[in-house]
Design a protein around this ligand. Structure first.
Ligand code: FES
Length: 123
């Protein structure tokens, strides 16, 4: 297995995260619905510890007074200026049609695997 050993998969219950230091990189490992995802613990805006921010749902709205919560636990909100990122993809939560094309923001994400109940992050 070629990866950084995070620990036992059971150490991160569903809906929880663990922040690790892997080869000098701070990484947040999240358990979302029994699947594991890992993103860099640095906000691309001004460098805050992104994974120390709250995780929440995506709020979708079709108009004033009408909204629904979707994808609970899949969004992390930066603690400094509240930029939000999709934990599964590392992409910033925005409507791409309402952004300039040149302004693309993502956080670095890593593949995660489980072998014999041990959790690995692939750097
Ligand atoms: S540092 Fe994360 S939103 Fe500003």
């Amino acid at each position: 297995m070629n990866g950084f050993l995070v620990g036992k998969a059971s150490e991160i219950p569903e809906g929880e995260k663990k922040i690790i230091l892997a080869n000098g990189r701070s990484i947040g490992v999240y358990n979302i619905g029994g699947e594991f995802f890992a993103i860099r613990n640095i906000c691309p805006h001004q460098g805050a510890a992104l994974c120390s921010g709250i995780t929440s749902a995506f709020i979708n709205s079709s108009g004033p007074g009408n909204f629904v919560y979707e994808r609970e636990g899949e969004i992390v909100r930066c603690p400094w200026h509240q930029w939000e990122f999709d934990i599964k993809t590392g992409c910033m939560i925005v409507d791409p049609n309402k952004r300039t094309k040149s302004y693309e923001v993502t956080v670095e994400r890593f593949d995660v695997s489980i072998e014999d109940k041990d959790l690995y992050v692939h750097l």
